[in-house]
Every structure is written in structure tokens, then in C-alpha cells.
Write a protein that binds this ligand. Structure first.
Ligand SMILES: Nc1ncnc2c1ncn2[C@@H]1O[C@H](COP(=O)(O)OP(=O)(O)OP(=O)(O)O)[C@@H](O)[C@H]1O
Length: 425
């Protein structure tokens, strides 16, 4: 996708004018925040039905089915993230919606119109890519104005719209700057302003932030959402980063191997992943049979660690798993630790591999067998608040409390607040 993107972006952005839409027409009604659910069947927004995208497969070769029967609705003003591991078909689906890839099956409908046979530049969609794809010979203003020029918008109106967009993306006064003088984040903001300028009826974003460093990505993700909501833009956003998907989207569509596994608002997806695969992809780090985890009763019961390995009581349904999130495993240090009394369920003995102070909390990497063999997991330490200097001379629990150190054996327990349950299998 990236190799051909400049040409594709140009074609797509030239589109709105050719499609006959008047730049400067009023924004579509309805705030994004109020339109979380899909408007299925009412003819508005985007409707993808049973989409199939295939590559190759000529001369007796099987080829690749990149998108395998995906159905997805995006309501007007809604932002949907396509989230999934590399190669799961996110870009292929986006390209099919844009018209850059032919469908081998299914339909793409926008505003009630089937887009079969409608070329990229007549769909009225905007595209934005990973590396911005700015025109190097144009300054910032003329980059943003590109689609407006192509649509024949008068100069004064163009200038007003460009100024408005630069302000929207936090680049007031950047108009005369040469693009070569911009930072990576500034380039992406210009690319966003350019994509939004013709008021596309749908904005398609393919990993727009992934070329940026982590801190900048987090900031720009929040800003991107603000701009999309403020401009009431309907958007589909491709990413492999769940934090980014959660920060930007009203709903997140999780893809794997060409199929859609789950579509839900971020909090719902995080709280109730539909399957182990979805949970794994969201960052849940381990899975324990619900009966074995015992998190549903016996608060404060010190069983496994006290009784030793192999004494756990399997039981309960066995058909659901407790998915242990990044904050779902806790180290219990010190007898006066309040978590010891309040966390329900079993305790396990764990060998400390490393301790790190990260984002204001202590993360302890441990080797532990929660029932599926020894796994290397991250547990949060209850010791705190910790002054950064305390890490210089950490004190292990064997010497009477404090931070665990490499080689310690510690007790860990599940924190239900950081866990979810998923169907087994
Ligand atoms: N032009 C192509 N020709 C042949 N196979 C392709 C082509 N484009 C993509 N594929 C294959 O289709 C599958 C899906 O690719 P796609 O780029 O849609 O995935 P993705 O989820 O966007 O991945 P990434 O996050 O790495 O960009 C992959 O197996 C990929 O190798």
C-alpha cells in the first residue's frame, strides 16, 4: 500500500470535486459521541457486507484470502478502528472500502449506494497514510489546499478553510512553512488537515501514527480523536496498537486472519473479550481455568502458596477462563499488605526475574505456574508509593519487606479488577 500511496492519495483527494460535492457544504448532522452504535439498514454511513479480498491465485496457485467475509457498519460521525496483528487483512479491507482493491465477494455500500464499479476518485473518501505523503514542492498551506484546488474552490474560501484546518490540528501560522522543515508529528498533522480539507464523507486512515515515537503517538492519538469528533468526520482507522485504537475510536473491530472476531466500544471490548484470541491480542497475559483461579469466592484465602504447589482445587465450570490483564497479577509482600486480606482466590509462589519502576508503579517480572506450566508474567507490586531512589537499594521480602529483588520467591494473587473472563477454547 505504501509504495503506491502518493498517487492513490492524490487520486482520492482529487475525488470530492469530481464527485460533484461542494466544498464548504454544511457538516453532516449528529455528534460522533452520540452515535456510538451502527446505523444498520438505514442507508446512512458505511455498510460492508461479507467482503472478500483475494490476492494472486493464478496458474494453479492457491493465492491469499486477505479478507474473508467481513461485515461491518460505520454510522455517520462514528470512528471505527480496525485492530489486529500484522497480516490479518486490515489494510486490505481499508483498500477495498477505498476502491483500491477489487472485492472477490460481498458489497461496500455508502449512504445507501452500492459502490461496485465506482472508482476511487468518485467515492468522496479521504485517505491518510503512515508517512503523510506530503507534496514536497508545496508549502504547508498548499498541501492542505490540494483537494480544494482540485475541486475549484475560490481562493478566498480556500484560504479560510486552510486556516481553519491548521488551527484544528494545532498548526496555526504554519502555512508558509516548507514541508522539509517539519517534524514527523507536524507532517502527520498537515496530512490530516489535507485529508479533511474537502470534507470527505468518509476518512480512511492506515496506521497514520505508527511512524512516530511512542510519546508523540499517544499525544497525537488523543488529538486525532478530538479533531475527528469536532469535525464530525466518519472514519475507519487501521492500527495494530490497541492503546491507539482505544484512544481514537468509538468502536474497535478486532481482526484475525481475514475475519472479524469482535466489534465493540473500547471499555466493553476490554471488559468482556469475546474469545481468548481477542484477549491475547488486547494484552491479557495469561489464562487460568475459572474454577482453578477461584477468584469468585473465599476472599483472603491463602491456599496454594500456603499449601504448596499441586494442592490447588480444580473445580467450577471449567468452560471459562480467567484472562489475566497487565494489572491482573499482584505481588503480595509484607504481612501487613492490605491486598493480602482483600484479594480473593488462590495464591501462587513465583520466582522474581526482574523489578522495574514504570509509569509510576513497580512491575515485577516473575516465573510462575498458574496451572498451564511455568510462564513469565508481569505482576504489580503492592509496595508503594515508591520513591525512585528506593530502587537503588531494593530490599527483598526475605529481609523484612520492601521491593522484591531478582531471586526472591514471592506470593502472587489475581486481582479481579485487572482480569476478565473469556470462553475456553
Ligand atoms: N498486493 C498483495 N499481493 C499479495 N498478497 C498480499 C498483497 N497485499 C497484502 N497481501 C497479503 O494479504 C494478507 C493481509 O495483508 P494486509 O496488508 O491487508 O494486512 P495488515 O493487517 O494490514 O498487515 P500490516 O499491519 O502488516 O500492514 C497478508 O498475508 C499479505 O501478505
Amino acid at each position: 500500500m505504501r509504495d503506491t500511496a502518493p498517487r492513490e492519495a492524490e487520486r482520492a483527494e482529487a475525488g470530492p470535486g469530481e464527485a460533484g460535492r461542494v466544498v464548504g457544504e454544511p457538516a453532516r448532522p449528529g455528534p460522533a459521541a452520540a452515535q456510538v452504535g451502527p446505523a444498520v439498514g438505514d442507508g446512512a454511513g458505511l455498510e460492508v457486507t461479507s467482503a472478500v479480498v483475494r490476492y494472486g491465485g493464478r496458474r494453479g496457485r492457491a493465492g491469499t484470502t486477505a479478507v474473508d467475509g467481513v461485515s461491518l457498519s460505520v454510522a455517520p460521525g462514528e470512528v471505527v478502528a480496525l485492530l489486529g496483528p500484522s497480516g490479518c487483512g486490515k489494510s486490505s479491507l481499508l483498500r477495498a472500502v477505498a476502491g483500491l482493491e477489487p472485492l472477490a465477494g460481498g458489497r461496500v455500500v455508502f449512504g445507501g449506494d452500492d459502490l461496485a464499479g465506482v472508482p476511487v476518485h468518485r467515492r468522496g473518501f479521504g485517505l491518510m497514510f503512515q508517512d503523510g505523503q506530503l507534496f514536497p514542492h508545496r508549502d504547508v498551506s498548499r498541501n492542505v489546499a490540494y483537494g480544494l484546488e482540485a475541486a475549484g474552490v475560490p481562493r478566498a474560501e480556500r484560504a479560510a478553510r486552510v486556516a481553519e484546518l491548521l488551527s484544528d490540528v494545532g498548526l496555526d501560522g504554519y502555512g508558509p512553512r516548507a514541508v522539509a522543515t517539519l517534524s514527523g508529528g507536524e507532517r502527520q498533522r498537515v496530512a490530516l488537515a489535507r485529508a479533511l480539507a474537502p470534507r470527505p464523507r468518509l476518512l480512511l486512515l492506515d496506521e497514520p501514527l505508527s511512524a512516530l515515537d511512542r510519546g508523540l503517538r499517544e499525544r497525537l492519538a488523543a488529538e486525532l480523536r478530538e479533531v475527528l469528533v469536532a469535525t464530525r468526520t466518519t472514519a475507519v482507522f487501521v492500527t495494530h496498537d490497541h492503546d491507539e485504537a482505544f484512544a481514537v475510536a468509538d468502536r474497535v473491530a478486532v481482526m484475525d486472519r481475514g475475519r472479524l472476531l469482535q466489534v465493540a466500544p473500547p471499555a466493553e471490548l476490554w471488559g468482556a473479550p469475546a474469545s481468548r484470541r481477542v484477549a491475547e491480542f488486547l494484552g491479557y497475559q495469561a489464562f487460568v481455568p475459572e474454577g482453578l483461579a477461584g477468584t469468585t469466592g473465599r476472599p483472603g484465602a491463602d491456599s496454594a502458596a500456603a499449601d504448596g504447589p499441586g494442592e490447588r482445587e480444580p473445580g467450577g465450570s471449567g468452560d471459562r477462563l480467567v484472562a489475566v490483564g497487565p494489572a491482573g497479577l499482584r505481588v503480595l509482600c509484607g504481612l501487613d499488605n492490605p491486598a493480602r486480606a482483600t484479594l480473593p482466590g488462590l495464591r501462587w509462589e513465583a520466582a522474581v526475574v526482574a523489578t522495574a519502576f514504570r509509569r509510576g508503579r513497580v512491575e515485577v517480572t516473575v516465573d510462575v505456574d498458574l496451572g498451564a506450566g511455568t510462564e513469565r508474567l508481569v505482576a504489580l507490586s503492592d509496595v508503594g508509593p515508591v520513591a525512585p531512589g528506593a530502587l537503588v537499594t531494593p530490599v527483598g521480602p526475605r529481609s523484612g519487606g520492601g521491593l522484591p529483588v531478582t531471586g526472591d520467591t514471592v506470593t502472587v494473587a489475581l486481582d479481579p479488577a485487572g482480569c476478565a473472563t473469556v470462553p475456553a477454547g
